[in-house]
Design a protein around this ligand. Structure first.
Ligand SMILES: Cc1cc2nc3c(=O)[nH]c(=O)nc-3n(C[C@H](O)[C@H](O)[C@H](O)COP(=O)(O)O)c2cc1C
Length: 155
């Protein structure tokens, strides 16, 4: 490989590494203006993200609308996971839970985009069947469609 080809390959790899480092620290959510969740995020400047397991579909369906009373998790019987220094509850039993501090709040169309820096994370390596949603329906993950990529290949 020529020196210039090697250099441009290094730059490509660096770009990939840089993007991965930035993205792995950032999470973004789009929220309805005026919802209780939005008001709580705006007051606390923090939010959590729970990546649900496919066994948690009932919970997702219940949590997709407002609930009575001051504590939605208690009202719906949602198991709570907490992280020191954060008020935002996460959904216990999820594949992954992230706790974020808001670093940017921006109106985007009919939603508000909250960009958060991930400060805490808990992952459950024994669970990998994520609850998915497509065309207004929930669905399960399917099957592998290729062999595993070689070590070091971008995932
Ligand atoms: C499948 C699904 C996806 C949703 N996605 C969003 C979303 O991205 N942002 C949002 O603000 N609300 C979304 N909602 C609606 C919120 O879940 C709902 O407005 C919220 O639970 C109201 O609760 P609150 O009163 O506790 O804020 C979604 C609902 C469903 C069923």
């Amino acid at each position: 490989m020529s020196t210039s080809a090697r250099r441009s390959r290094e730059i490509e790899q660096d770009r990939y590494a840089a993007a991965k480092q930035i993205l792995s620290r950032i999470a973004a959510i789009a929220e309805h203006p005026g919802s209780r969740t939005t008001r709580l995020i705006q007051a606390s400047r923090e939010f959590s993200v729970s990546l649900l397991h496919d066994a948690q579909q009932d919970l997702a369906m219940a949590a997709g609308r407002s609930a009575e009373g001051p504590d939605k998790f208690a009202a719906l019987g949602i198991p709570v996971a907490t992280q020191p220094e954060f008020k935002a509850p996460a959904v216990d039993g999820s594949l992954a839970m992230l706790w974020c501090r808001v670093v940017e709040e921006r109106p985007t169309g009919d939603h508000i985009l909250f960009v958060g820096e991930i400060q805490g994370a808990v992952t459950n390596d024994r669970k990998f069947d994520a609850l998915l949603r497509y065309r207004r329906r929930y669905l399960r993950m399917g099957h592998w469609t290729s062999e595993e990529a070689p070590e070091g290949y971008p995932t």
